[in-house]
Design a protein around this ligand. Structure first.
Ligand code: HEM
Length: 142
């Protein structure tokens, strides 16, 4: 299901439920001219990187085709794409999560159709979501 993986990648890029991770420094860290003192708490914002135009063209546009020639979906830890974190704390459930989402999407699109019940729009602050939770009218396909 290669295109389903593109849709999942793009959903996790634009609207991941986890927007970043906290870390506490165990020593002074010097990075790009800044010093983060030992003991500080740092928030590494995946969201800021995933929605950065320097890393993703038209970053705020949902475009699953951007992943078509890109194999990040299986490695899950490209330089700028880390929906499941990275390093020693990489999410151990990432493959299970992908399988579950793939099964859900497969049944949704093959067995159901839907139309928007109300007009809604995407907002990006403080997190990516639809303003009215995107109410839909769902119908089972015959
Ligand atoms: C879309 C679904 C999921 C997303 C976006 C996600 C994301 C993440 C992220 C970003 C981390 C790293 C946290 C950190 O570095 O502090 C993490 C850790 C973790 N995830 Fe997931 N996860 C998902 C699904 C799952 C599932 C299905 C399971 C298990 C069945 C799972 C189990 C865990 C566990 C146990 C950790 C902690 C790993 C550690 O601290 O060593 N996750 N997840």
């Amino acid at each position: 299901m290669p295109f389903t993986q593109c849709v999942i990648n793009e959903t996790l890029r634009v609207a991941n439920i986890i927007s970043g991770v906290f870390r506490r420094t165990v020593a002074d860290v010097n990075i790009k001219g800044y010093t983060i003192p030992k003991g500080w708490k740092v928030f590494a914002s995946f969201r800021a990187v995933h929605l950065d135009h320097d890393h993703f063209k038209d970053a705020r546009t949902f475009n699953p085709w951007r992943w078509k020639d890109n194999n990040l979906g299986t490695s899950c830890s490209g330089n700028f794409y880390t929906p499941f974190g990275g390093g020693p704390r990489l999410c151990p459930g990432y493959e299970l999560a992908r399988v579950e989402i793939s099964v859900f999407l497969h049944h949704l699109v093959t067995q159901f159709s839907w139309v928007p019940a109300e007009e809604d729009k995407l907002v990006f602050f403080p997190t990516t979501r639809t303003q009215k939770r995107f109410p839909i009218n769902l119908q089972r396909r015959r």
